[in-house]
Structure formats: C-alpha cells, structure tokens
Write a protein that binds this ligand. Structure first.
Ligand code: AMP
Ligand code: GLY
Length: 423
C-alpha cells in the first residue's frame, strides 16, 4: 500500500513512525514532512491545503491512502475533494467537510451535542445581529465565563474571563472588531466547568468505532500549569484517573451518542475523533471535539497501540472496523516538548540543534526542525518531542527528562514537571 501522509509536526512524525512498522506499507510519502520523517519515507514539497497538487501527485505515484494529520485540510474539505471520480479509489483518512465542522465550528459542535443529549457546558451563541442580547447575557452570567470564537483560531480563540468587564471587552473585540476575522462572526458563550481535563481518541468508520489510548496534555507554558496556553508542552498516556468506571460513562454518554448522532445526521465520518473532556466530580463533559489526532498526544498514543495501525485504517473505507480490535500496550508513555525561547509568543528560528544522537532509550519525534547545510536547526515554536515508555508513569517521565537534558539549542526550554499531579 502506498501512502501519502499530510502534515509536518511531531504528530505526523509519530504517525509515520507507526505506519512504517506495518508490513502493508510498501512506500510512504510525507508532505511537507520534517527531517524526522525522512527515515520513513520521501519528503514531498506540497502544502497540506494544496488539493490540486495532491491530486496530481497521488495519480502520478499510484497512492492508495491519504492520512491527514492537521485539521485545516479536513475543515477545507479534503475528504470531499477526493470523492471526485478520478480520485475515488484513493482512501482519505478523515471526516467529510461537514463532519470536520465538529472542530471547525464551536456552534456546530454545541448544536450537535445539545441535539444528541451529550453532556457539555451550557451555552448560547451570538452574532452581530443579537449583540445587545449577548451583552445582557454576559452581565447576568456567573463568573468565570467562557467566550469562544466559533471558527478555527489557531488555539487562541478561547477567553476565560474572570470579570464581567473582561468578558464584555473580549466579546466586543471578537464580534465588532473581528479579532479572529470570519472565525469570530459567531461567538459561543458558555459556563465555566471546574474539573480535571483529559482526552479520549476514537477511530470510527462512521458506524463502528474503536477506542485508542487516552491521554492528557499539558497546555500551559509554565511549570505548575501557569502562564500562556501553547499547542502542548507534553503529554502522558494512560491518564491515571481515567479508570473503567469513568470510561464506561464516557462511552455511554459521549462516544456512542456521538457515533449514533453522526449516523442520524448522515454525516460521513471515517477517521479520528479527539474528544477533549473535563471530569466534573465523577462525570465527564465535552470541552471540545477535534477532527484529527492531537499533538503532542499522538506522540504518546501511537507508541501504546500494540497492533498494526494500517488494517484499522483500511477498515474505515468499507465500514468493517468491527472486525478488528485495537490492542493497547500496558506500559506508560510520556512525552516532553522542547520549545524555542519566547514560544508561544514570538520566537526565532534557525538555531543549531545538537545532542539528538545522544538520546538513549527514548524516541525523538521532530516537531519544528529543518536541515540547512547538513545541520539540524530549529524551525518552529515546538521543536522536538521526546517520548519514553516505562512500567510506571514516573519512570517514563524520568527517562524523557533525562534525555531532554542531552539536547541543546540556543534558548531551549522544556517543562520539567510533566505529570506533576500524579506523583
Ligand atoms: P478549547 O479550544 O475549546 O479546547 O478550549 C481551550 C481550553 O480552555 C480548554 O482546554 C480548557 O482548558 C479551557 N476551557 C474551554 N472551555 C471551558 C469550559 N467550559 N470550562 C472550563 N474550561 C474551559
Ligand atoms: N494538544 C492539543 C491539540 O492537539 O489540539
């Protein structure tokens, strides 16, 4: 099977690492990829959103399957694009454009959850046309209050306001000043839920599903979960508090109604669903849906999938996922992200990276790197994820921490407290 994998981060390196282990994979191309992916396949200079170039490439190279890493091409309709007659034989892993709205529109996701009776924070949605109602809604709402730009906003579209003034100012910025452009034409305002977060990952063919390992990521830049939000500074899997009793609630109240809801609404969805949850007392609530795998969650989820991933992915097309099981390895995984100085705000690129070859017994996943004149350099805010496996969570974290110290580049920073609340 010939595969084209789209994306360029640590998630895609981890997917490439896993897919390359399959005897079914005869050739892999990664577009645009990163230097870490090179050992598993050929790098192709095509952007993830350039569907026409992907079409030409797939036809020229007899590609059988396109695995889509990031949300952008999914929300822009890559699945639907590949439904055109000359491409129909190529199997795209991911939801249809409308299915991807579960991530692409917070209002769509909220309406879906409300309709399917899936537990989530209470909410209302507002646009310019009912702006004054929004002001009144905010004024009478309890604090904190959560405002979310409806569309994709590169992880920056959520404001948790501790005061009514802050909420009103953010509401004005989003709707009147179009802070996020079209993405904040509609704003979802929801109640703040207090609890501990985790994520579950599901692979579905639209009718059946299999559960992948759970994970928890660490979004804040600073130790003790302080400071600005990032794409993710590290992750662990499994999550200690995600036990059988909690997973049963998640399955009955969230996963099954989600899959049934997609069927009921005739939404074509053959890919990954990443469900961001919050545990309030003992009960799960959905914070968000994503239509793809997480980053850096994939860097701990893939190493815990014990069986070949390709038969599972292949089964999506003909809706035969129920004939397969996803075997999850019992060991613990932890990943630690090395980031550039200044991240998640402005940072410089092009810093020489050394020490990667000194890492022992961990997996180095490249996130934002490039090779210039035979030298490995930084090429993003998140640079390298170091994943370790252990018989305990603590051992996995310890190993990643020790190996993180061996890699250096100017301004290198990483959190030394990943998994801190479970020590
Ligand atoms: P989202 O982009 O929807 O995942 O939101 C980003 C982050 O904001 C989440 O990971 C949560 O930490 C926080 N958050 C979002 N919605 C809520 C909510 N209703 N209650 C509490 N925290 C929330
Ligand atoms: N780590 C969070 C995400 O991938 O959205």
């Amino acid at each position: 099977m010939k595969i084209l994998l789209l994306g360029s981060g640590g998630r895609e390196h981890a997917l490439a690492w896993k897919i390359a282990q399959s005897p079914l994979c005869t050739e892999m191309f990664i577009a645009p990829g990163n230097p870490g992916c090179m050992q598993f396949g050929k790098i192709v200079e095509i952007s993830v959103n350039d569907f026409e170039a992907q079409k030409t490439f797939c036809l020229e190279h007899n590609i059988d399957m396109v695995v889509v890493g990031p949300e952008d091409p999914l929300v822009h309709g890559i699945y639907d694009f590949f439904q055109q007659s000359t491409l129909q034989h190529i199997h795209v892993i991911g939801p249809s454009k409308i299915g991807a709205q579960l991530e692409g529109s917070k209002a769509f996701a909220k309406q879906f959850m409300q309709k399917m009776n899936i537990p989530t924070a209470g909410y209302r949605e507002f646009t310019r046309s009912n702006y004054e109602d929004g002001i009144e809604y905010i004024k009478q709402h309890t604090l904190p209050i959560v405002l979310k730009a409806d569309g994709l906003a590169a992880g920056k579209g959520v404001v948790i306001a501790e005061s009514t003034d802050h909420a009103l100012a953010s509401f004005h910025e989003m709707i009147q000043d179009k802070k996020f452009g079209d993405a904040s034409t509609t704003v979802v305002i929801e109640e703040f839920l207090t609890g501990i977060e985790c994520s579950v990952f599901v692979l579905t063919d639209g009718t059946h599903y299999c559960l992948l390992p759970s994970a928890k990521d660490y979004k804040r830049i600073g130790e003790g979960d302080r400071g600005l939000n990032t794409g993710g500074m590290g992750a662990i899997s499994p999550v200690p508090f995600v036990d059988d009793a909690f997973m049963q609630k998640v399955t009955e109240r969230i996963i099954e109604p989600t899959i049934k809801g997609l069927q009921q609404e005739q939404i074509v969805y053959k890919g990954f669903i990443f469900i961001g949850l919050i545990k309030v007392n003992e009960d799960p609530y959905v914070i968000e849906y994503n239509c793809r795998m997480g980053d850096p969650e994939t860097e701990v989820v893939m190493p815990r999938i014990a069986n070949d991933l390709l038969p599972l992915l292949t089964a999506l097309k003909n809706e035969t996922l129920h004939e397969h099981t996803c075997k999850i390895a019992p060991h613990h995984a932890a990943t630690i992200m090395l980031v550039s100085a200044g991240y998640p705000e402005d940072y410089e690129k092009g810093k020489v990276i050394s020490g990667v070859e000194d890492v022992k017994d961990s997996i180095v996943f490249h996130a934002g790197t490039k090779i210039i004149n035979d030298e490995l350099q930084t090429n993003g805010g998140r640079v390298i994820a170091i994943t370790s496996l252990g018989d305990t969570l603590q051992n996995a974290i310890k190993l990643s921490n020790a190996n993180a110290l061996k890699i250096s580049f100017e301004g290198n920073y990483f959190r030394k407290d990943i998994g801190w609340e479970f020590e």
